[in-house]
Design a protein around this ligand. Structure first.
Ligand SMILES: [Zn+2]
Length: 316
């Protein structure tokens, strides 16, 4: 493990920008990563605006395995887990951080797309403490995100987070510009999609707020397991900011439509402004209406979110 994975402290000793350095090292040694990073730069993109929010629709065939991932127990059990240490690419190295290994994603949605995999093969389940620790350690330019096991994660059997530059996720820019005067949790229903926003100068308060919120949502829906969630988090001028998006569906109906369908399987990044299409025809047909329809179908609407927040406020 020593040679393949480098403790974060070693990077920090020599470089202020450990993430850049790690990414550059990997690109030099790993053809697949450097090739797919170059491909990204010439991929087709188009832009749509829904209400106040901007979306990039990208054509990224390299994401086929992720978009089409079968996440039922049988299919997951039958394949090799691509996040387990033994199954990594020979050229792949990682940065060690406590219980996690930070890895470059060889099929990126943006340049510098990282997967942060737990060292153990344990199921995908949101761990707020670990999530906040990652926000602390990642550079301010990067957002960290979590996709629930039925909310876009293609490895529901292996606990992991991801990170991309926040400049690519325009819902983050929108949230960053919200005028927030207190440490209160807020629902933002004039955004698309609607979300719950937590902001605090204290990592501990942000952690506690999200933990209580998720507990409350679980109770509201009377669930045994984690509610369907996508979570995005970042730092800005030493303030911790988190977006919680509540879901009601894993994939939209259009995903399963054999004739007029579109292979779009929304996860955190798609909902935050970077829609990934894998098929050229889907890319050509994707527009404002399809984006709106897909996101509305998989997320909880503003009035239900308001009811959930009322429930949360009555219990806290
Ligand atoms: Zn695994």
């Amino acid at each position: 493990m020593q040679d393949k994975f480098i403790p974060l402290e070693n990077y920090l000793k020599y470089s202020g920008n450990w993430l850049d350095e790690f990414f550059t090292d990997q690109k030099k040694k790993w053809n697949l990563l450097s090739k797919n990073t170059v491909v990204l730069r010439s991929q087709d993109e188009k832009h749509v605006k829904i209400g106040k929010n901007n979306f990039i629709i990208s054509h990224n065939p390299n994401r086929t395995a992720s978009t089409m991932a079968q996440v039922d127990e049988k299919s997951v059990g039958a394949r090799k887990c691509f996040l387990c240490e033994n199954n990594l690419y020979p050229e792949q190295t990682g940065v060690l951080l406590d219980d996690y290994i930070i890895l470059c994603n060889p099929f990126p949605i943006t340049e510098m797309h990282f997967t942060i995999a737990n060292k153990r093969h344990i199921p995908q389940k949101f761990n707020i403490k670990d999530f906040i620790s990652l926000i602390k350690i990642f550079p301010e330019e990067h957002a960290v995100f979590y996709n629930g096991p039925k909310c876009g994660a293609s490895a529901p059997d292996h606990l992991h987070f991801q990170s991309v530059p926040k400049s690519k996720l325009m819902l983050i820019e929108f949230a960053d510009n919200l005028e927030k005067s207190s440490e209160q949790i807020e629902i933002v229903t004039d955004a698309f999609p609607n979300f719950i926003f937590v902001e605090s100068k204290s990592a501990a308060i942000a952690e506690k707020s999200i933990a209580e919120l998720i507990k409350s949502v679980k109770k509201y829906f009377q669930l045994e397991t984690e509610p369907m969630i996508n979570v995005l988090g970042w730092k800005n001028k030493n303030r911790y900011k988190l977006i919680l998006i509540l879901r009601k569906k894993h994939r939209p109906d259009i995903f399963f439509d054999e004739k007029k369908g579109m292979k779009i399987s929304p996860a955190s990044a798609d909902l935050a402004g970077l829609i990934v299409t894998i098929d050229a025809d889907d890319f050509n047909r994707a527009n404002l209406n399809s984006t709106k329809q897909i996101i509305e179908e998989v997320t909880i609407n503003g009035s239900e979110l308001t009811t959930i927040m009322k429930y949360y406020n009555s219990k806290n």
